[in-house]
Ligand binder design. Structure first.
Ligand SMILES: *Cc1c(COP(=O)(O)O)cnc(C)c1O
Length: 383
């Protein structure tokens, strides 16, 4: 891990905010197991750091998307329970056994193939969570007969443990009846088969939206990091989430344009009269998308300044008041939920969602962590 970095663009991650969000959501679901979703490198924030921080504060169950992500956590000493939400290749089942990882069983064919691939090299078990398709049509089966056969196959293989059954909502963040329908479908299907230890369907929006008493676990990703998945969820939710991420930089150069002069590739933006331009050391290769042209960042004195012209790979230009100078601080994403620089405003400007905004903050930006008794920087580039 490298604490060194040589550019003024930083993602600040407030680990305490993440911990607070966990406590609030767990409080809504006191009797349920909290599965912290830290796939995609904890939505870009650093899965090992987030897992270590939460594990030290009572979280005992994590979920990731791929077997590689799960092994990464194991290689960094995470000993808590880990479930892979995606379907691993059945031929990789021994890796899951070796690393003590729980996996998702999407259909009977997968279970049969996984059985065929088990070697007796590892004298250990692997936990299986059967995936039910309750309407999203992405992964899993809705066929009760098939699920019964899967349970038989799993229980008939000495090293497989039938540990969970789960599904995923397609529309938990939308104000419609679809969510209730999918929840009812999940109950209908799972009600007809043998129940394992864990039954779960709620993602962040689901956990903020319904009590889900039929289930005994929740899988929370985006809201752990402090974000609602939609305005609808924010309105109906009892909890006030703490945004955990700030993206900031500093002005690295300034130019004064005369009327008619342009800025950046293609000189798309032209000065109508004398205009001061400040250059920021962040571009689309850091995750500031080209669609963010026009988005207003905040200067250290509170002034808002729009990104003008085309965003480059490594830099972006903003139109600023005449007193702005090199070294001035600039907030691109703020931790204040109601500000014009909130994660939601930033995402809306690029017609996307917080999930995508977070995961597209790329590795070139160092992460600066703060929490109880913790403060350090992780720079992936120089690690
Ligand atoms: C990503 C994911 C989650 C978490 O979703 P959020 O909206 O981030 O809470 C839960 N379950 C599954 C299957 C997922 O893929």
């Amino acid at each position: 891990m490298s604490e060194k970095y040589y550019r003024d663009t930083v993602v600040d991650v407030d680990l305490d905010a993440i911990h607070e969000n966990y406590k609030m959501i767990q409080n809504l679901h006191r009797d349920k197991t909290f599965i912290a979703v830290i796939k995609a490198n904890a939505y870009g924030l650093g899965s090992v750091t987030v897992a270590e921080y939460l594990a030290a504060r009572g979280v005992g169950f994590f979920a990731v998307a791929t077997l590689d992500e799960a092994i990464e956590l194991r290689m960094h000493g995470i000993r808590e329970k880990i479930l892979v939400l995606g379907a691993i290749r059945p031929e990789d089942i021994n890796k899951a056994i070796q690393h003590r990882i729980a996996v998702t069983a999407p259909n009977l064919d997968w279970v049969t193939k996984a059985r065929e691939n088990v070697s007796d090299k590892y004298d250990k078990e692997v936990w299986m969570h059967i995936k039910v398709n309750s309407g999203m049509n992405r992964l899993g089966t809705s066929n009760i007969e098939e699920i019964n056969r899967m349970i038989e196959e799993i229980e008939g293989q000495g090293s497989f443990i039938y540990e969970g059954i789960y599904s995923h909502f397609s529309s938990a963040d939308i104000d419609s009846e679809v969510n209730d329908k999918e929840y009812a479908e999940f109950k209908r299907i799972t009600g007809a088969v043998k129940k394992p230890k864990y039954v779960h369907i709620q993602n962040s929006a689901g956990a903020l939206r319904i009590s889900g008493d039929y289930c005994n676990a929740i899988r929370v990703g985006i809201s752990l990091y402090g974000y609602y998945t939609s305005e609808y969820i924010e309105e109906i939710s009892e909890v006030k989430l703490n945004p955990s991420v700030m993206l900031s930089t500093k002005v690295i150069d300034v130019h004064t344009l005369s009327a008619g002069e342009g800025v950046s590739y293609g000189l798309d933006h032209k000065a109508e009269s004398t205009e001061k331009i400040a250059t920021l050391p962040i571009g689309y290769a850091d995750g500031l998308l080209r669609r963010h042209t026009g988005y207003k960042v905040r200067l250290q004195n509170g002034t808002e300044s729009p990104i003008v012209g085309r965003i480059c790979m490594d830099s972006a230009m903003i139109s600023v008041p005449s007193d702005v100078k090199t070294g001035d601080e600039v907030t691109i994403i703020s931790r204040e939920a109601d500000s014009e620089q909130s994660m939601e405003s930033y995402s809306e400007h690029a017609q996307t969602i917080s999930h995508e905004s977070l995961t597209t903050l790329l590795r070139r930006i160092p992460r600066s962590y703060n929490g109880e008794d913790t403060a350090f920087v992780h720079n992936e580039v120089l690690k």
